[in-house]
Design a protein around this ligand. Structure first.
Ligand SMILES: [Fe+2]
Ligand SMILES: [Fe+2]
Length: 152
């Protein structure tokens, strides 16, 4: 069995931006991925799998996808409201990430290849998320605040 290194992000250590609703969405997402990671690890550690186990995993992936769609839409909306100049670049990163997530989930639904979805959840996504929050989200929040955006 190949052992992959698993990156599990923690709410306390992910980069913070200057807008609370964005941070809260990020924290929620990290928690969701942690729960999903537990399901994946449990699946990897046993040889026979029930339909219920697979359904739970599928459901967890689906909830994550829905959360991500809302997350990206809200940020895109913030960029439009505040006239963020790099809207195209940021929203394009969202679109690419969303398509990759959809492709990963589709492939899981078709083949139930646990190692593929594990690689996405434990390697690809954490890297993407950290980099994206640290660059695009950070700049978007800073720009919005500087241009008068207020959460109150
Ligand atoms: Fe974000
Ligand atoms: Fe973003």
């Amino acid at each position: 069995m190949t052992v992959i290194r698993k990156t599990i992000l923690e709410a306390e250590t992910i980069p913070r931006v200057e807008i609370d609703f964005m941070n809260n969405t990020h924290f929620e997402e990290v928690e969701m991925v942690k729960q999903l990671g537990k399901l994946i690890t449990a699946y990897q550690e046993t040889d026979s799998h029930s339909d219920t186990e697979e359904q739970k995993l599928s459901q967890s992936l689906q909830e994550w996808l829905e959360h991500t769609i809302a997350h990206f839409e809200r940020e895109n909306q913030l960029m439009q409201e505040t006239g963020f100049p790099a809207y195209e670049i940021h929203s394009n990163e969202h679109e690419i990430a969303l398509n990759q997530m959809k492709a990963g989930i589709r492939s899981w639904e078709q083949d139930k290849e646990i190692e593929l979805i594990a690689d996405y959840v434990f390697t690809h996504w954490p890297e993407w998320f950290n980099t994206h929050v640290n660059s695009m989200d950070m700049m978007t929040a800073k720009f919005a605040i500087m241009n008068g955006f207020s959460e109150i």
